[in-house]
Design a protein around this ligand. Structure first.
Ligand code: KIV
Length: 266
């Protein structure tokens, strides 16, 4: 068992203490992130973009996610490991069960699924069978071709209403955690208040129970040379990656990251 469990995350939420989550893809960085006090390591399918150089997360396979999960597990020192089920790996409930088993056996403690209300069924079945699930709402990068780009979600009232309802339905179905990506800060705050499970944000303002960033973004590394608005470069003022990770954890824990300028309005 990791030192950080679902119970730890629940108590952090209840006590109003922020959760620091960071993407991670290998053993050495997992070790460094744990030394810095990161609570949750996310083996994100963002690895398709930042490690493999694709222009989306769609080409990533379950085998690649399992490989990187096993690498992260070897360097982990007590953090909770969450791994993304990649594009089309949970298109049917059978696939969701089969592929989640592969990721859990590789070392994940929780899997993350992108979607909306339709995730209720796979979440319910996975939770019943011992697999904790994080539901990813808002900007869901695997659906970039439907969304028409990497855009803020939930700005229109009907969309916002639907996202609130989805969040509550997925908690009801058994989701252990929610992740909100690129959602107006006010809507993210309302959802965080409305559910009992921890809510992690990325581009979702400061009121969520925790924050996540893609490791390469927060280290100031990018293939395009352009960082998204919600990113802060934590290498600034630091002389080492270890220092940047520690500065990130401290800023999340003391609430100084994200600042208002990192969020989106409705
Ligand atoms: O794949 C990933 O890294 C993610 C984050 C953007 C939250 O899902």
């Amino acid at each position: 068992m990791p030192d950080v469990t679902l119970t730890t995350l629940q108590s952090l939420k209840q006590n109003g203490e922020k959760i620091a989550m960071l993407t991670c893809y290998d053993a050495t960085y997992a070790h460094a992130a744990c030394q810095a006090g990161v609570d949750v390591l996310l083996v994100g399918d963002s690895l398709g973009m930042v490690l493999q150089g694709h222009d989306s997360t769609l080409p990533v396979s379950v085998e690649e996610m399992a490989y990187h999960t096993a690498c992260v597990k070897r360097g982990n020192q007590g953090a909770l490991i969450v791994t993304d089920l990649p594009f089309m790996a949970y298109a049917t409930t059978e696939q969701a069960l089969h592929n989640s088993a592969k990721l859990m056996q590789a070392g994940a403690h929780m899997v993350k699924l992108e979607g909306a209300g339709w995730l209720a069924e796979p979440i319910h079945l996975l939770a019943e069978r011992g697999v904790p699930v994080c539901a990813h709402l808002g900007l869901t990068p695997q659906a970039v071709n439907i969304l028409g780009g990497y855009k803020v979600q939930g700005r229109q009232e009907a969309q916002a209403r639907q996202m609130r309802a989805d969040a509550m339905a997925l908690e009801q179905a058994g989701a252990a955690m929610l992740l909100l990506e690129c959602v107006p800060s006010e809507l993210a705050a309302e959802i965080t208040q409305a559910v009992k499970i921890p809510v992690i944000g990325i581009g979702a303002g400061s009121a969520t129970d925790g924050q996540v960033l893609v490791q390469h973004d927060m280290l100031g590394l990018s293939l395009s040379g352009r960082a998204p608005k919600f990113v802060r470069n934590f290498m600034e003022g630091q002389s080492s990656i270890q220092g940047a990770f520690s500065a990130y954890v401290q800023a999340v824990k003391d609430g100084s990251f994200p600042a208002a300028e990192h969020g989106f309005s409705a």
